[in-house]
Design a protein around this ligand. Structure first.
Ligand code: GLY
Length: 573
């Protein structure tokens, strides 16, 4: 099905893209194909859309580094992948530099100043998930543009160069793929219901592959950002339009909330796994911490000998996923606001104890296995970049649901997130991904909602070996976990590690979700053990870069792979 879509869009799109972008010659949004894999020697970019990967590659070829490429790719995604690419949402960047240092940048959305703990409860205390997921109140203060400017400290090229492909793609338009045409058609009614002004994603009649999408209002917003910097978004005309949009829809993001938004650099989650160094995102993402917990809970077990997707390896991985998610629900929230026992949660002793009640061959149970004892949307998008100098960047960004709140800021052309639903709007009430939480993740003004995004780097002998990440809500940490185990333990190629079926357990609901093509015999054996199993749609869209070194020739070989589950695309040179 997906293959058919790709071939159709490729055929309609026509000839292969030729990179001729320059200031006088706009970035071309037509005539491209989708490329799933590339072997390269210098650098590579993988993202959810070919045009965004090409924009990033263009920056690498112009002498930019991995951060330049990541910025240009994100901005292009905001235009060509409106489901999740954004300037109205937020994200995280994890980067490793060739001087041995690494950084993370947190540009997660924040609760507006007027937000309150019970803002999504009715007078009887019932949770109002419609409001937290689909209203102007659902939006957090966007962080993406602040994140891009915080990243500029590490970039080499001027911002105006990095943003120009996005402006060209918005202003001159780009040819949409078959899956985008289907997605716009499926979301047409929702866009019409939620907006009073015309929206670029809605047209008379049905969209089809190869149609040109022009987003002039978004182009104008991007030009304000190009010309005025961060203030082009958080102050002046864009801020005024956003505040006006809020007033129209009874939202509460104010110009003051926008002016005071700041992205933050935070110390990375860093841990070793069998000699590899893993670098990932700290709180307010739960992803890095959960990844550390899950990897460490399997480290002393010989999972390699159990082999890929056998009953034994799936059961073990399911049980560590269960325990990590139980801890997430109980202990995790924005550490700028609440105390989180991070050290304890990742300590060897604690994680060993967590696995005490694991019985191979017998299904665990989320009633008896809750959080540990301690005293004291489904839609995101990921991009991975490596440059010729060995700098590596992993970025995951989100609007939360596909197309966020479906509300487009009138006159400014960008979609607003519905990230407030990632808070725990009431203890025990699941968010749209079924994740539950408690007071640690309760709403408070200027607090960041807990995330699952897990942009991750793996180093070998101090050099980048893997750049990994995926969209998918709560399936993000488990997909990254499985991708790492597939490569580090099962010796899989990046292509197989990305494309083979995945599974997912998140403590509650107490069941294993599996993708189609998951081995039938393993499914039956797990059911016989007592697991409840549910077949679901695609899990994640993982983007992987693997770098290997030939010690004698000192040559680097880069393999970059875009997930077959979408239009994901890998470019390199
Ligand atoms: N909105 C999905 C996440 O941040 O986990």
């Amino acid at each position: 099905m997906i293959h058919k879509k790709i071939l159709l869009s490729a055929a309609l799109a026509g000839l292969a893209f030729i990179s001729v972008y320059s200031q006088s010659n706009p970035f071309n949004g037509t005539g491209y194909t989708i490329q799933k894999k590339v072997d390269a020697g210098n650098g590579a970019v993988v993202s959810a859309h070919p045009l965004a990967s090409m924009a990033g590659l263009e920056m690498l070829k112009r002498g930019g580094n991995a951060v330049d490429a990541a910025i240009a790719t994100q901005l292009a995604l905001a235009v060509v992948y409106p489901q999740a690419g954004n300037i109205g949402g937020g994200g995280f960047m994890v980067a490793h530099f060739n001087n041995g240092s690494h950084i993370t940048i947190d540009y997660r959305e924040k609760a507006p100043g007027k937000a309150g703990r019970d803002m999504f409860l009715d007078k009887d205390g019932n949770a109002l998930t419609d409001l937290s997921q689909s209203s102007h109140l659902a939006s957090g203060v966007p962080g993406t543009v602040a994140g891009l400017f915080a990243s500029m400290k590490y970039a080499k090229l001027p911002f105006k160069t990095l943003i120009q492909p996005a402006i060209d793609l918005a202003e001159n338009g780009f040819a949409i793929t078959a899956s985008q045409a289907a997605s716009f058609n499926n979301n047409r009614d929702e866009f019409l219901q939620q907006n009073t002004s015309p929206v670029a994603f809605v047209k008379d009649g049905q969209w089809k592959a190869g149609d040109i999408l022009i987003q002039q209002e978004l182009a104008n917003t991007l030009k304000r950002i190009r010309d005025q910097g961060q203030k082009g978004f958080y102050e002046g005309e864009t801020a005024r339009l956003l505040a006006e949009e809020m007033r129209k829809g009874n939202g509460i993001i104010s110009t003051g909330d926008l002016a005071s938004y700041e992205a933050k650099e935070r110390p990375a989650v860093v841990f070793t796994y069998k000699g590899y160094q893993v670098i990932s995102m700290p709180l307010p993402s739960s992803g890095g911490l959960m990844l550390q917990q899950m990897m460490k809970m399997i480290e002393d077990r010989d999972i390699a000998s159990m082999k890929f997707q056998t009953t034994a390896s799936v059961q073990l991985m399911t049980e560590v996923e269960r325990r990590a998610f139980a801890d997430r629900a109980e202990f995790l929230g924005d550490a700028d606001f609440v105390k989180v026992p991070v050290k304890k949660l990742v300590s060897e002793e604690y994680l060993k104890e967590r696995m005490n009640d694991y019985v191979p061959g017998k299904a665990g149970n989320s009633k008896t296995t809750g959080a540990g004892s301690i005293k004291e949307s489904e839609e995101t998008t990921h991009l991975s970049v490596i440059d010729k100098d060995g700098n590596a960047v992993a970025v995951t960004t989100t609007l939360n649901d596909s197309y966020g709140s479906h509300r487009v800021v009138a006159g400014a052309g960008f979609i607003l997130n519905n990230e407030m639903d990632d808070f725990s709007i009431k203890p025990g009430v699941p968010n749209m991904y079924g994740a539950i939480g408690n007071d640690k993740n309760a709403i408070a003004p200027a607090k960041r909602m807990l995330s699952s995004m897990t942009p991750t780097l793996v180093l070998k002998d101090g050099n980048p070996f893997l750049v990994v990440g995926t969209p998918g809500g709560t399936t993000i940490p488990t997909s990254v976990f499985q991708t790492l185990v597939n490569i580090l333990e099962f010796g899989m190629s990046p292509e197989d590690a990305v494309n083979k079926p995945k599974f997912h357990h998140q403590w509650l609901p107490d069941r294993i979700d599996i993708e189609k093509n998951f081995p039938e015999d393993v499914r039956k054996q797990l059911e016989a053990m007592g697991y409840s199993i549910k077949l679901r749609e695609a899990i994640g869209r993982t983007e992987v870069i693997r770098v290997t070194y030939n010690q004698s020739t000192k040559q680097r070989s880069i393999v970059a792979v875009g997930d077959k589950r979408g239009d994901d695309d890998a470019r390199g040179y």
